[in-house]
Design a binder for this molecule. Structure first.
Ligand code: BEZ
Length: 258
């Protein structure tokens, strides 16, 4: 996943152009180590690639995402699996799952406290929460360049539309512990990520993921802003004909120890 996708997502484009999200996620499925017969929630499942990877282990899995377009695509991709449109900030479950899994989704859910509470409620006693998402410093070069480009226009206020939550280890483990979780792993690490399509890779990425910043801006002005962002970030992020986004991941394993 991926945003707590309150903006409209093009699920096809997402699958075609940004499949690295799911590819990297297979490591997180390994960390989850699903077992046959377990009941697992895939929070922010996007188009379902990792939901399927979890199901292949023999676990029973429910994939949820706030974007109808993603769930429609997931159902098309994996018709035998269960998917539902559900907002991660309003999880309706009660002690149903052996594990809650989430890859590249939680950074779209700004009300992290509500998410953590919902995950806690969703888990059976002794259940585990295994997640990876953007942590403090994630895409810092890109975010600074977006802010700078917007500051130079009459759309400076759009900076406040930043849709992302990238917490530090301290901040996030604090939230988990406050909720009652026992944190077993918290790790922040760089994962420079190559964006496809060489020259247009960053612009495509911005169009897909950063569109909330461009709300109500006319198309011709968006083009100027995208060019300004490219120009600003190129010295740090463009190498050997490829854009390399400065991703930084936060990995978490936490247990519900009643
Ligand atoms: C991420 O996976 O870190 C990410 C993806 C899109 C926008 C922001 C962050």
């Amino acid at each position: 996943m991926k945003k707590q996708r309150k903006n409209a997502w093009d699920a096809n484009l997402y699958d075609q152009e940004h499949d690295f999200v799911a590819q990297y996620g297979t490591d997180v499925v390994e960390l989850l180590a699903p077992k046959k017969g377990e009941i697992i929630l895939d929070l922010g499942c996007g188009t379902g690639y990792l939901t399927e990877a979890i199901a292949e282990t023999g676990a029973e899995v429910l994939g949820i995402d706030s974007a109808q377009s993603m769930i429609t695509e997931a159902e098309k991709n994996y018709p035998k699996l269960n998917f539902k449109v559900i907002d991660g900030e309003k999880l309706p479950f009660n002690e149903q799952f052996d594990a809650v899994f989430s890859n590249a989704a939680l950074h779209w859910m700004k009300n992290a406290e509500a998410v953590v509470t919902g995950i806690w409620r969703s888990l059976k006693p002794q259940g585990r929460f295994v997640a990876e998402f953007g942590g403090k410093g994630n895409i810092e070069t890109i975010v600074k360049a977006i802010d700078l480009a917007l500051e130079k226009t009459e759309y400076t206020d759009n900076i406040t539309l930043n849709p992302w939550y990238f917490p530090s280890i301290g901040e996030y483990t604090g939230l988990l512990e406050k909720q009652g979780f026992e944190v077993r792993l918290a790790m922040l690490f760089d994962r420079p990520t190559s964006l496809k399509d060489t020259e247009t890779g960053l612009q495509n990425w911005l169009r897909m993921f950063a569109n909330p910043f461009f709300k109500d801006i006319p198309e011709e002005k968006i083009l100027d802003i995208l060019s300004a962002i490219e120009q600003e970030t190129r010295p740090q992020l463009y190498r050997d004909n490829t854009w390399l986004a400065d991703y930084r991941r936060l990995r978490i394993i936490a247990l519900k120890k009643p």
